[in-house]
Every structure is written in C-alpha cells, then in structure tokens.
Design a protein around this ligand. Structure first.
Ligand code: MSP
Length: 689
C-alpha cells in the first residue's frame, strides 16, 4: 500500500520547546502535507519523552509529581503546536505521542521480551545482566559521561562534577545490557547496502566510522532504587528501563506494536517503516542503537534516518539555555505570521548543515522573497486583472496574427511558459522528496522571477492603452495568474495558510492542498472566471518596529551588547510557568523585595514609561522606570505595594537611571502587564523567597 510515516524526535518533558524543536516539526509537517497532497496515506508523529531521571528531577524542583510535570509541559507543547498550526486540527500531526501512555508501556515491554528471548548474530543472548560501572555524582544522583565531568588535575584522582565541582564517586550497579557489540557487522551491511538509510551522506559516513570503531554493549536498565520514573523491566521490577530504549520504541508503539486496539486504530503493518527526522545531536541513538534493537527483535528497519543540522545564533554559537540565546516560541510567534517562519527556516537551512537564525535575517528574507517577491507578484497580477479585465480571468490565447506583436512585447508562448513552469514543478517535487527544501524553494522562486520579468518586459499598463494589444495584455495576465495557481499548489505544504489565501484571491474554490501537483496541467485556469478580493498576502514587516518590539521582550542574539529596554514584565513562556529549569541557588541570586510606590509620573516623549519612586525601607527611595504607562494611571499607583527586583544592575533609559525593575505578569497578544501585589499586609523591604 502507498503509505508514508514520518516522525520527529519526541521531546523531553522537562523544559519548554524552542526554535530547534519547532524546526523538526515544521520539516515533518511540510513532508506530511506534501505526501497527503499527492494522495499518499500519511501518518505524522511528534510527541514527548516523559520518563527518566531528568523529568523526575524537574518535577521535584517544581513541587510536582513526575506525571504532573509531564502533563504541564505537554499542555504548553500542545498550545504551541496549535498556535503554529502544527496540530491535528490545523492539518498537522496525526498523533502527539506520550511515553506515559499505557499502550506504550505494553508495546515497550513486548519489545524487551522479544529481544530478551533472541540471540545475536554471534549466537549470544541479546540481553544479559551485568554491572554498570561509572562516575557518579551523588547530589546530581546521576552517572556522568566524559563530557559531563572535569578531568582531575592529578592523575589517579577522581574527576569533578561540572555542576557541583565535587569529586565523583566510582560506582558499580547491577544493570541489564544489550549486546550491541555483536551487531557491528549487521549494521555495517545495512549502511553499505542501503545508501539512503542514513542521510545526508556526511552523516552516514560519520555513523559508519563510529560502527567501524567498535561498539560497546549498552546498559539498558537502572536499578529502580536509582531511577524509578520509567517502565519496569518485564519480569524484574527492581529495574527500570533505560529511557532511550523506552523513547525510541514510541515510533512503533504509536502505530500499534504490542497493542491490538492501537494496531486496529492506526496500523503498524500499514505504516511501518518510518522516516525518522532527527537533529544530528541524537543521530547515534537513531542510526545505531535503534536499528540494532530492531534487528534483535526481527522487526523491519526504518525507511531512513535523516539528520538535520543545528540552529546557531548569528554569531555562530549553538543555541542553548545556558547561553541564553535560544529562540523562545512565544517571542517568535508574536510578530511573525506562521508561514513567514516556515518559509524562513526551510529556505535558510541547507538541510543537513547548521543554520544561522537571526531576527533581522528573517525580516529581510520575508520582505524580499515574500512581500516583494511572491506576495507582490500575486497582488500586482490580480490588481491588473481587476483593473483591465473587470476582475475576470482573461483569455490566454494569442491569435496567429498577433503572435509577433506579443513576442515583441516579451510575452512567452504558451509552450514556453508551460514548459518552464512544468520543469520548475518537477524540480520542486524532486528536491522536496530529497529533503532539499532550500533548493525546492529556489525552484519555485525561479517561476516568480520569470513571471515578474515577463510583466516588467511586457508592461501591461502600456498594453492596456492600445486596443490592438488587447490579446497580448490578456495573454500576459493569464500566464501570470496561471503560474500563480501552480505556485499556490506547489507551495501549499510550505505555506499552508497563505497559499489558501492566494488560492481564494485567484477565485478558486476548495484548497490547493486538494490538488495533486503532479497532475497539474497548464491552461486549466478558466477564462472568464471571477477572481476574489485582492489583499496583500505577505504585508511588509517594519524592521525597526519589530526589532524594537523583540528587543523589548528578549535580547536579540544578533547583537547581545545592544542596549535593550528593561524587561518590565515576564514573557508568555513565564505565564505558563516554565522557562528552562534553574537551581534554587540561581533563584536566590535574584533579590526580590516588597516596595511601596511613593510617587508615579509620566515621562515626556516616552509614552510607555512611568517614573516611580519606590520605598524599599532603604535610606532613600529607589527610582524605577516601568513600561506600564499604557495600562496604569500614575495617580492610582501611589501607595500601592509592588515587587521590585532590587539587585538588577542600574541602567539608563531616556537619560533617567532605573534602579530596579517592577515585577508584573504579562498576558494576551500585546503582553498586557499586571503588577504583582499582596492581599495581606507586608512591610516594605521584605524579601520574597
Ligand atoms: N527526548 C530525546 C529524543 C528522543 S527520540 C526517541 C531528545 N529530546 S530533546 O528535547 O532534547 O530534543 C532533541 C531534538 O530537538 C533534536 O534532535 C532536534 O530535532 C531538536 N533540536 C533541539 N535543539 C536544536 C537546535 N538548536 N537546532 C535544531 N534542532 C534542535 O533528545
């Protein structure tokens, strides 16, 4: 049967998603839409990885149970996927998989049992009991790998934990092992016989040399006394399964492996094998461990493991919570339409290589390729059809006797333009299937450039003045409109919202998602049909304004040193309760104090700022600037108790020094601030802990 199953990694349920997570989902979503559009029955999986010590710890830090912690992050993920149009309701994923689902535990246990019963290619038991020995940090309650500890200065001394800077203990613990070392030959033969198994080629080479270098057996369980939040090892509940064994198996349990009901509802037989999309950071798990587990269980291997590069900031640094340069999704979502973000990430990252993300680059691309490019082509074409053709699609036929005139005016013959657009379509689809999104989009934009040039050369506004050139005028506009119809169909998987809008403006009914791009035929746009209302599809983005808005919310990675207004109130991510997790010591660094507003006044020429004098029971009141002028009358603040970040480095704004920051919640699209306050009496200067 003609089916397609595509997966993203399932994301850890201990922190909020950011651009990196969003990116893999956009790629999966684009592929899924493109396959569906071509009539292929498609299943698209994303989800969360909810077991293991890190989730347990995050839960503890937040005073939740691990399940509550997972539910909490999942609710944010779901809200975000809905906002970005990636959920089922918007035609996106088919399943949001969670590893805490009971049917998943059934399937994982089944896989474990099957592997535990099997022999390796060398005739050994695939799973055996042994001892895991490693460097353990007691405060972290975790074994540390080489990149997680600092080598000792004196040889023979234990290494130091990077977090606690204390010596690690050498600990040995009973563990089940998967005999990975017996699978090297089998894996190498897969890598050699299936050149497309790991993509792109550079990653395949990397995996091949890793396997050639010799494989170590893999510890696949932890004692329940060390890690309890997870799936118990079948028939030995004193052990918890290794979280990666549990997580990787989601790809098959989601579609029904090990659970009859689920198999009937989705279909393991129907959809497996999958194409796994992963970041290069987790390639080894997907291209070595996972295939080895499947080989041991005698299950067909994935269709392919495709690794993309990482998003780095404009300075080339990897995005990480510690560096503070991750792109938070609520900040990204606010000023930019979803399709603009989709277009940018797919166009900008050469698939497989790292890509730079900067807001300025995003705005520049959106303005050049979308507003001035595709968007402008659509509105100029339709506006001219409205003006010169009474809002009806003109005839594209040029009578024999007018052919020369039309040619002189720079109008392509039907065959030439049809040939050009068909070639671009074929290129587009080929690149898309090879995950070369950037090149696919270049192919589509070659049509934009060609039609733009034809319009510029033919000058329809001049042709309209000459009755003798009526057919030439009609032909130019018809060719432009028909090319736009093709483009909207092609671009539907990349730009689902705006392609729908363009489709409607062309006067077409239904959705471009229902048209198979492979069966498009030139000339099917009906002469005489009425076009819809013409509206700009990609309004120009005001760079200065949007950059100011963004820097007001978050430092922009492009220019970390650039002065940005203070964050008077928290972002929406904070409204959901989680940013990246911090230690209690990190929180203790923030000195939050109760203060009382003594005076409040507006600042001339700064319509957002109020100048507050706040009593923190110090020698002198503090002067604090707060960006709340549009929401609070200054008079009404006098006497009010507020929360002040008292140890924030003083900074100047509009020539006035701000000696702290007022804490406020923020909600709604415009980030409306609501000042934090107290319902009980509390003295000025009291510290919040
Ligand atoms: N839970 C595991 C995956 C288990 S899959 C069976 C995990 N989760 S994660 O939350 O850390 O997400 C990892 C994935 O997020 C990466 O592989 C990649 O798909 C995406 N990205 C995270 N940061 C990224 C960038 N900076 N750039 C691009 N993608 C990145 O690992």
């Amino acid at each position: 049967m003609n089916t397609f199953y595509v997966t993203t990694p399932i994301y850890y349920a201990n922190s909020l998603p950011h651009l990196g997570h969003l990116y893999t989902m956009i790629v999966g979503d684009t592929l899924a839409r493109s396959k569906r559009q071509r009539g292929v029955e498609t299943y698209f999986l994303t989800g969360t990885d909810e077991h293991g010590i890190n989730i347990e710890r995050a839960a503890q830090q937040n005073g939740r149970t691990p399940q509550e912690q997972a539910d909490y992050v999942v609710s944010y993920f779901k809200e975000m996927t809905s906002k970005f149009g990636l959920d089922t309701a918007h035609g996106g994923y088919d399943v949001f998989m969670r590893t805490t689902e009971p049917f998943h535990a059934e399937g994982v246990s089944e896989l474990w049992r099957k592997i535990a019963k099997s022999k390796t290619p060398k005739g050994n038991d695939a799973i055996y009991k042994g001892h895991y020995e490693g460097w353990f940090c007691a405060p972290c309650a975790e074994y540390k790998t080489e990149d997680e500890y600092q080598k000792p200065k004196v040889e023979g001394d234990p290494p130091l934990c990077l977090i606690h800077e204390r010596p690690l203990d050498r600990v040995s613990e009973e563990s089940y092992f998967f005999r990975l070392s017996d699978y090297d030959k089998a894996l190498l033969s897969v890598l050699e016989s299936r050149p497309d198994f790991v993509r792109p080629e550079s990653r395949r080479n990397e995996v091949t040399s890793f396997v050639r270098g010799g494989l170590q057996d893999l510890s696949v369980s932890r004692l329940k006394s060390s890690v309890s939040w997870g799936i118990p090892v079948p028939d030995d509940p004193s052990h918890t399964m290794y979280v990666w064994f549990d997580a990787l198996t989601n790809y098959i349990t989601a579609i029904g492996y090990g659970n009859k009901e689920r198999e009937q509802a989705v279909g393991f037989e129907k959809f497996w094998p999958a194409m796994h999309l992963v970041g290069k950071d987790i390639l080894r798990f997907h291209a070595v461990y996972w295939p080895a587990f499947l080989l041991a269980a005698d299950i067909e291997l994935p269709r392919a493991v495709v690794a993309h590069g990482m998003w780095v900031d404009p300075a080339g640094r990897k995005m990480s919570k510690t560096l503070g340069n991750v792109i938070e999704l609520d900040v990204l979502h606010k000023p930019f339409p979803i399709d603009v973000i989709r277009y940018f990430v797919l166009r900008e990252m050469v698939f497989g290589q790292d890509g730079r993300f900067g807001y300025e680059a995003l705005i520049d691309r959106a303005n050049s390729d979308l507003a001035s490019g595709l968007g402008n082509l659509s509105s100029r074409t339709l506006t001219m059809i409205a003006r010169y053709g009474d809002s009806r699609i003109p005839s594209g036929v040029i009578p024999e006797e007018k052919l020369l005139l039309a040619k002189r005016a720079g109008v392509d013959t039907d065959e030439t333009i049809a040939g050009f657009v068909e070639h671009a379509r074929n290129q587009f689809l080929e690149h898309l299937d090879n995950l070369a999104f950037s090149r696919a989009l270049e192919a589509a934009w070659s049509v934009v450039a060609r039609v733009d040039k034809m319009i510029t050369d033919a000058k329809p506004w001049d042709l309209a003045k000459d009755e003798n050139q009526r057919q030439t005028l009609g032909a130019v506009l018809y060719r432009a409109a028909e090319s736009l119809r093709w483009l909207t169909v092609l671009l539907h998987p990349v730009l689902p919202e705006s392609s729908q809008a363009m489709w409607k403006q062309l006067g077409l009914s239904g959705s471009p998602g229902q048209v198979n791009p492979s069966s498009l035929k030139w000339g099917e746009l009906k002469e005489g049909a009425a076009i819809g209302d013409v509206q700009p599809v990609f309004p120009r983005i005001d760079k200065a304004k949007v950059m100011a808005e963004i820097t007001g919310e978050k430092d922009v990675p492009a220019k970390p040193a650039e002065p940005s207004p203070p964050q008077e109130h928290a972002t929406q991510a904070d409204a959901v309760g989680i940013t990246s997790f911090i230690e209690i010591d990190d929180f203790a660094k923030v000195d939050l104090r109760v203060g009382q507003v003594l005076s409040a006044e507006r600042i001339p020429k700064a319509d957002k700022l109020l100048l507050l004098k706040v009593d923190l029971a110090e020698e002198q009141p503090r002067q604090v600037l707060a960006g709340i002028a549009q929401y609070y009358e200054p008079e009404k603040l006098i006497g009010r108790k507020v929360v002040i970040v008292a140890n924030l480095k003083p900074r100047k704004l509009r020539g006035l020094e701000s000696q702290g920051m007022v804490v406020a919640a923020s909600y709604g699209e415009e980030g409306r601030p609501v000042l934090a306050t107290f319902t009980e009496d509390v003295p000025n200067g009291a510290r919040l802990k």
